[in-house]
Ligand binder design. Structure first.
Ligand code: HEM
Ligand SMILES: *[C@@H]1O[C@H](CO)[C@@H](O)[C@H](O)[C@H]1NC(C)=O
Ligand SMILES: *[C@@H]1O[C@H](CO)[C@@H](O)[C@H](O)[C@H]1NC(C)=O
Length: 381
């Protein structure tokens, strides 16, 4: 029975061009363009119900998104030793890769995802990118991510130094991204992800510090708020890779601050302000590219139809604003060709943005220094 299924799948893969335009029914009744994609529905149902559970674009979703970048960026166009990209190496060789400084906090993703990876037949690389795509569908404002299926899992770990650090200068960050195949425009597009993100480890005394005042909505506030003159730290400050932010409770990364102001990227940065459609579509495209870094795209199967539709962000909710008490005079204009627009100021007293509540499932045996991050990923028969 199993053999027959595999033979059938193999036959379908070879005619995938034709199959893409057709609709076929999976054994469980789900409709797909390619029957190979049916294997993803049990994973989808399990992680929706048990891994993301009631997460509404909060800690679990953020965690699953970040690890997808840290796995994928282990790749270089010039040095094969940098890894094979979106290949699962960050989990397969977790004890090594999670000991790198730039991967501090990725242990959370391992603790969250490893038990689920072991329970499903799909590869580690596919699981990481699939979970990231599904995580995005928890976030209002995201355009439905695509998903390609069939990555080859890593045979070796990525070395230290492939992941950009928040204390690096713009030149260094852009060079690393270019070496992995990404333009400055694609980096800025990808950094829309920091609209639904925060830091647990930049300030060692505080965790869950959001990067903007709306960390559970994929809106343009991240681009608005990083352009405002920094005046405060959410904690005592002085941490490597952290600069002053403009809103109490919000942490600003030095890298985001510099990218917002450097002539190489500031126009791209400001172009996102109050431009939800632009931000969402450029992110969707760059994210699709990130998800297949280092993989042979021609051998992957388009299973985008398995990814659910994300919640809609209404036009009024997508309108950017200045946080209470702030105006255009607080903006550090950095580009005249895409000038920072005037925006309404949100009414009320200056707010203290609450920290992101940790998901208990991100705690476990895997530690921030990489110790205990061992999983066999034994697959069910
Ligand atoms: C210049 C490149 C980047 C730098 C320097 C950078 C740096 C960081 C840092 C320092 C944190 C906080 C980690 C912690 O303390 O917990 C963080 C969080 C995060 N980053 Fe980035 N990042 C970059 C690009 C990206 C990209 C391309 C993505 C995704 C496509 C991404 C997604 C995230 C997410 C979702 C979080 C929140 C994780 C969580 O709350 O668990 N980042 N990033
Ligand atoms: C994995 O499957 C086993 C056996 O069905 C189950 O007991 C366990 O709870 C599952 N783990 C997760 C994380 O769902
Ligand atoms: C922050 O944490 C460090 C140890 O990591 C401690 O020495 C220091 O006193 C703390 N600072 C504050 C303000 O709590």
């Amino acid at each position: 029975m199993l053999t027959t299924t595999f033979a059938l799948l193999a036959a379908l893969v070879t005619i995938s061009d034709a199959a893409l335009t057709r609709r076929a029914a999976c054994p469980d009744g789900n409709m797909v363009s390619n029957l190979a994609c049916c294997a993803l529905f049990p994973v989808l149902e399990d992680i929706q119900k048990n891994m993301f559970a009631d997460d509404t674009c909060s800690d679990a979703a953020h965690t699953a998104l970040r690890v997808a970048f840290h796995d994928a960026i282990g790749f270089s166009k010039t040095q094969s030793s940098f890894g094979t990209g979106a290949d699962g190496s960050i989990f397969i060789f977790a004890e090594q890769e999670l000991s790198y400084d730039a991967n501090l906090g990725i242990a959370d993703a391992f603790n969250l995802e490893a038990p689920f990876i072991s329970n499903h037949t799909i590869g580690v690389a596919d699981f990481i990118q699939f979970a990231a795509a599904v995580s995005l569908t928890r976030c209002p404002g995201v355009l439905r991510p695509t998903f390609m299926f069939g990555r080859v899992d890593a045979k070796a770990p990525a070395p230290d130094g492939t992941v950009p650090e928040p204390f690096q200068d713009v030149k260094t960050i852009l060079a690393r991204m270019a070496d992995a195949g990404f333009t400055p425009a694609e980096l800025v597009a990808l950094l829309a992800s920091h609209s639904i993100a925060g830091a647990d480890d930049v300030d060692p005394n505080l965790s869950g510090l959001p990067f903007d005042s709306t960390p559970s909505v994929f809106d343009t506030q991240f681009f608005v708020e990083t352009q405002l003159r920094g005046t405060l730290f959410p904690g005592t400050g002085g941490n490597q890779g952290e600069v002053e932010s403009a809103v109490a409770g919000v942490l600003r990364l030095q890298s985001d601050s510099l990218l917002a102001r450097d002539s190489a990227t500031s126009c791209l940065w400001q172009a996102n302000v109050n431009n939800q459609a632009f931000m969402a579509s450029t992110f969707q495209k760059a994210f699709a590219k990130m998800q297949v870094v280092g993989q042979n795209a021609a051998t992957l199967i388009d299973c985008s139809d398995v990814i659910p539709e994300p919640p809609v962000l209404s036009a009024s909710a997508a309108k950017a604003f200045f946080p209470p008490g702030l105006t255009l005079s607080n903006v550090e204009q950095a580009c005249s060709s895409t000038p920072f627009p005037n925006l309404p100021t949100k009414s009320g007293a200056p707010e203290h943005v609450p920290s992101i509540v940790p998901d208990p499932a991100t705690a476990g045996a895997c530690q921030d220094d990489g110790s205990g991050c061992v999983a066999k990923f034994t697959k069910p028969a």
